[in-house]
Ligand binder design. Structure first.
Ligand SMILES: NC(=O)c1ccc[n+]([C@@H]2O[C@H](COP(=O)([O-])OP(=O)(O)OC[C@H]3O[C@@H](n4cnc5c(N)ncnc54)[C@H](OP(=O)(O)O)[C@@H]3O)[C@@H](O)[C@H]2O)c1
Length: 282
């Protein structure tokens, strides 16, 4: 049941696009106590709408304008390639209603989104990552000049339901976040894949190899998060002179792990800039 204070304090949210990321954020919001009646979603897919309605009790529509019309906060969760057509279609309504607009789309810059809308609005860009699907995401957030403290608090509350929230001073840093934590899960998956392959080559069953590698990844991340020491310090602590870890790390260093990983992250950041340039072309 909704209390009157909830009704006054809860802004009404419209998700434009009800795909994977929107669904995970909605799941997180409901888990953290937000009432379903304050959330509406538009999506062209009947199947998606049914899933959101059945699973979460969310009111859904195939009409973007119908959901945006009643919202204080609009969350743009369509694919980047769809953004221009979606925003141009919503422009008049957004110009009239002036909601807070939150975009989770990769590669869509604030100036391009606002140009398509045709108005200056409070606009917050969020770069989440896929572990948000299990409420363990990491998101970088950038708020434009028109966003006030309330907008920032509201956006942080939404994203905190599925991820860590890191505020960025400049929009450029969104590209760095994209190359680090946006693409980051895939780097760790690749590392896991390779360790599992080598474990199998050395006699472990696939099941055991997976358990050992995944639990090690989780354990290392948890230890690093709980420890006061840096990752480098923790690495030094587990590397005994002439021991097995030292042998493994020396081989990796000799074979350019530093250049490979740092170069890979840099390549992803540069690609993010390039894609944003392309998506924002006039
Ligand atoms: N997944 C991630 O890890 C991740 C990370 C960072 C950022 N993001 C960003 O999050 C956004 C959503 O990604 P996602 O993975 O959730 O994609 P997704 O699952 O494909 O969700 C997009 C949804 O939008 C719907 N849609 C298509 N055209 C629409 C329209 N005109 N109006 C309203 N809805 C429309 C799609 O329906 P149809 O499928 O029927 O076309 C789909 O259900 C993207 O911009 C992406 O860059 C995602």
């Amino acid at each position: 049941m909704t209390t009157s204070s909830q009704a006054t304090n809860s802004p009404s949210l419209a998700f434009v696009g009800g795909g994977n990321m929107a669904t995970s954020i909605i799941g997180g919001l409901l888990q953290s106590g937000r009432a379903a009646e304050f959330i509406r979603v538009s999506d062209p897919s009947e199947e998606r709408r049914q899933l959101l309605a059945k699973e979460y009790g969310i009111e859904c529509s195939d009409d973007n304008k119908a959901v945006v019309k009643t919202a204080n906060i609009v969350v743009l969760a369509v694919k980047p390639q769809m953004m221009r057509v979606v925003l141009e279609d919503l422009s008049l309504l957004l110009q009239q209603k002036k909601p807070l607009v939150i975009s989770i789309a990769a590669g869509i810059r604030t100036k391009d989104a606002l140009r398509w809308i045709g108005a200056d609005l409070p606009f917050i860009r969020v770069m989440p990552n896929t572990p948000a699907l299990v409420n363990l995401g990491a998101s970088g957030l950038y708020a434009n000049q028109l966003s006030n403290e309330t907008h920032k608090v509201q956006t942080a509350e939404i994203m905190r339901s599925v991820s860590e929230v890191i505020w960025l001073e400049t929009e450029q840093l969104i590209d760095s976040v994209t190359g680090v934590s946006g693409s980051g899960p895939a780097y760790f998956f690749r590392l896991m894949e390779l360790m599992i392959e080598e474990a199998e080559s050395n006699g472990l069953s696939t099941k055991d190899a997976q358990s050992l590698v995944l639990q090690t990844a989780l354990g290392a991340a948890s230890l690093a998060m709980q420890s006061a020491h840096s990752a480098g310090e923790l690495r030094r602590q587990v590397t005994s002179p002439n021991g097995t870890t030292q042998a493994g790390l020396e081989f990796m260093e000799k074979h350019h792990i530093k250049e490979t990983i740092r170069g890979g992250v840099k390549a992803a950041i540069l690609r993010s800039v390039e894609l944003s340039d392309q998506l924002g072309e006039e």
